[in-house]
Design a protein around this ligand. Structure first.
Ligand code: NAD
Length: 351
């Protein structure tokens, strides 16, 4: 299996594997870059089709965390971990303790938080074996889960994107937004949008999550329909690679702005969106609320300051949109270039 030549490897500092036959743990930790500080990122548990798919996922996600934290102005590097397995049937206390030992073996170079397939309780168990954890402060309004903060950041990002695309007075009143995935982020995002006068459409494969979104006032549509709805904003809040060769021509929204990581199947899809006149809010900029939240939990700073920091997502996005328009580049390219300048100059400063 070739790894170093993979595009997603992209000069990772460290990629480590652990198999524990006693607990069934099969996990990978990827640390992309620590120029700005220790890497902080979630631990995803998912029944990957094979090891290759798990490796590809962890590499893409950890690289994304480097870019996300740099542009969010955090003193953090990029890292992520994956556990190969079904979180509903294969997760056990012993497996999580084994994961804790794995995280601890990196001596703080990687700090773990929750992600798809893991929750606050799981990170607390992992924390019995390592102090390098985040996202477990239960005493806050929403507990340790950073999803409500991610949703708030996406909401502020949608406001910025709509202002850029339709003019500053447009606002959310009467705005039509299609949210793909009414999970932890999608649901809270729907709440913000509806409270501010938007019409919200949601699609999900989980009836339970749909019921909750419907109770908030969202209209339910089919999973195949959500992408092609005639709306102002399409907000991907489910899985990655949703903007791909098959979907791109069917999207009718003028703006794409949502929480999902790695929304573009390939970087060139950013150019295709541009050609179609669709404004794309780069995922690693707009969904930074979660990492900002996790960082403030880690250092123990109050929530009000954290929310003010999340508000800067709108300013950063506005600057990315302006620069992209002036330089005739895609928003994705501009955001990547800006992030690289930040973490690469930190490297030079440290050298
Ligand atoms: P979640 O698992 O709570 O919600 C995802 C939802 O998408 C679920 O309700 C699931 O049923 C639904 N879904 C799955 N496949 C679907 C499909 N084909 N069509 C429609 N819906 C489908 O996850 P989340 O925490 O809400 O995160 C959503 C996305 O945002 C993920 O990609 C995640 O990586 C990303 N993200 C989350 C955070 C955070 O703080 N939670 C931070 C940054 C990025």
């Amino acid at each position: 299996m070739s790894v170093f030549n993979e595009k997603s490897f992209d000069h990772h500092e460290l990629v480590v594997f652990k198999e524990d036959v006693n607990t069934g743990l099969k996990a990978i930790i990827a640390v992309h870059n620590t120029n700005l500080g220790a890497s902080l990122g979630g631990c995803r548990m998912y029944p990957y089709a094979d090891d290759r798919a798990a490796l590809e996922d962890v590499l893409r996600l950890s690289r994304g965390m480097t870019y996300k934290s740099a542009l969010a102005g955090l003193p953090l590097g990029g890292g992520k971990s994956v556990i190969i397995g079904d979180p509903h049937t294969q997760k056990s206390r012993d497996l999580l303790l084994s994961m804790g030992e794995f995280v601890d073996s990196l001596g703080g170079r990687y700090i773990v938080a929750e992600d798809s397939g893991t929750c606050v309780e799981d990170i607390e168990v992992i924390g019995e074996k390592t102090k390098h954890i985040s996202g477990v402060q239960r005493h806050r309004q929403h507990g340790g889960d950073p999803s409500p903060t991610t949703a708030y950041g996406v909401y502020r990002g949608i406001e910025a994107a709509v202002a850029h695309r339709f003019g500053p007075v447009r606002g959310c009143q009467g705005l039509k937004v299609a949210i793909q995935g009414a999970g932890n982020v999608g649901r809270h995002l729907a709440e913000h949008l509806i409270a501010n006068g938007a019409s919200v459409y949601v699609a999900d494969v989980s009836q339970c999550n749909l019921n909750q979104a419907q109770a908030l006032g969202a209209k339910v549509v089919g999973v195949d329909e959500i992408l092609t709805l005639d709306v102002d904003v399409f907000a991907p809040c489910a899985m990655g690679a949703v903007i791909n060769d098959h979907s791109i021509s069917a999207i009718r929204a003028a703006v794409i702005a949502g929480a999902a990581n790695n929304q573009l199947a390939r970087p060139e899809h950013a150019q295709q969106l541009d050609k179609r006149g669709i404004l794309y809010a780069p995922d690693f900029v707009i969904n930074a609320g979660g990492i900002i939240d996790a960082y403030y939990q880690q250092v123990g700073v109050d929530e009000q300051r954290m929310i003010s920091h999340v508000d800067t997502i709108a300013t950063t996005l506005g600057a990315v949109f302006e620069q992209a328009a002036q330089e005739r580049k895609t928003t994705h390219q501009v955001a990547e270039d800006l992030a690289e300048k930040i973490f690469q100059s930190a490297n030079r400063a440290a050298a």
